[in-house]
Write a protein that binds this ligand. Structure first.
Ligand SMILES: [Zn+2]
Length: 379
């Protein structure tokens, strides 16, 4: 019996593979943004790019595109947002398709976070135009520098949006999961100041900033603190030479909690712990705490969440609800009074060399997007 070959490519898969192969670490998204803009122009759509590149010391701004409503103002206009940057790839990205799954050949990320969303949103827009699908208004926003504390979205002038309801596809989980909440984040910087001395000749004159910092970190509660709170120390540096008692040691950490008062309490505890460790080692301590992204919380009964659930069901997925441990551009929009829901899109093991996504999930998210547009129209 002759086997029937499934087509190995589709316009969506080709676009996705092409975009993944273009490295676009935060601040250097130009080539991907150019591709997005060419695609939009190819669809006959008007778009513009703001000047966030200058303000963020990068090479790319926010791309904004509006597809005017066909529906005479009825229904709920929606916006879709995806980010053009990735975490830094550590090797060239060579995406391959194996057994219906896209992954990178070796050694670094694939970049489905968030090019899966970029490609899907572009393809869905193409389908809407090609099929003359009626809709209540669709806007697209493509942001740079999401992976570095949502900086691109923060620079976007959201008053340009006609829609107050939006969606990002930026949750690495099976399709169907709707993110109801994202934690409140705090960024902590610590700088221990000791005293340098020769480590062999006169160590008693030295005050080791590294020893003080190590004591502080050892006494911190890090990892998963409870079911809605986490903490971490991510980078440490200090010292100048093997035989010098280190004068300086710096480290940076973070706290996240879905309960803002828990985040504040844990930050206070870490500051006190670090101050105590510094005093035991006769070191001085400078510390700084900054808010990262503001968190948010939806209810299942909220309109944008119900819209997403309706769309998922009509595309054949049973909705489930989850809290995310991370931030996404949705946090920025929600902090500004818009309602933006983050939907899982099937990308897996993001930010690792094992990152992958099924071709079927790329195609399915196009169907989810079309169903969202239909649901928002109120059909
Ligand atoms: Zn992402």
């Amino acid at each position: 019996m002759e086997s029937v070959q499934q087509p190995l490519t589709s316009p969506l898969l080709d676009l996705f593979l092409e975009m993944c192969a273009i490295a676009s670490p935060s601040g250097s998204e130009r080539a991907v943004a150019d591709r997005v803009e060419a695609y939009l122009s190819g669809l006959g759509l008007e778009w513009d790019e703001d000047d966030a590149a200058v303000r963020l010391d990068g090479d790319t701004g926010n791309i904004y595109c509006r597809v005017p409503a066909t529906n005479g103002g009825r229904g709920t206009p929606i916006f879709l947002c995806a980010h053009t940057d990735t975490v830094p790839p550590e090797a060239p990205i060579e995406p391959v398709v194996e057994d219906g799954v896209v992954r990178n050949v070796a050694g670094t990320i694939l970049g489905s976070d968030n090019k899966a969303a970029v490609a899907v949103m572009l393809e869905a827009t193409r389908r809407i135009l090609e099929e003359d699908r009626p809709h209540a208004g669709l806007e697209l926003v493509f942001t740079p520098q999401e992976e570095v504390s949502l900086r691109g979205a923060a620079e976007f002038d959201n008053t340009r949006l006609v829609a107050h309801t939006g969606f990002v596809y930026d949750q690495g989980a099976p399709i169907g999961e709707i993110v109801l909440g994202s934690p409140h984040g705090r960024l902590l910087d610590f700088r221990f100041h000791g005293r340098a001395a020769h480590a062999g000749m006169n160590p008693e004159d030295g005050r080791s900033a590294i020893a003080a910092a190590a004591r502080a970190i050892a006494d911190f509660r890090v990892g998963r603190i409870d079911d809605e709170t986490s903490a971490s120390v991510g980078v440490i540096s200090g010292g100048t030479a093997r035989n010098v008692v280190p004068e300086w040691c710096e480290f940076v950490g973070e706290v996240r909690s879905h309960d803002e008062s828990k985040a504040n309490d844990l930050v206070r505890e870490m500051l006190e712990t670090a101050a105590f460790a510094a005093s035991l080692s006769e070191c001085e301590l400078e510390s700084e705490v900054r808010p990262s992204f503001p968190g948010y919380r939806f209810r299942e009964s909220d309109e944008p969440v119900r819209l997403a659930a309706t769309a998922l069901r009509s595309a054949g997925f049973e909705p489930s609800y989850a809290l995310s441990g991370g931030g996404a551009d949705a946090n920025v929009f929600n902090a500004r009074g818009l309602e933006c829901v983050n939907l899982a899109n099937g990308m897996m093991d993001i930010h690792t060399p094992d990152e992958h996504i099924a071709v079927a999930d790329l195609e399915a998210m196009v169907e989810v997007t079309l169903a969202l547009v239909d649901a928002a129209r109120g059909s």
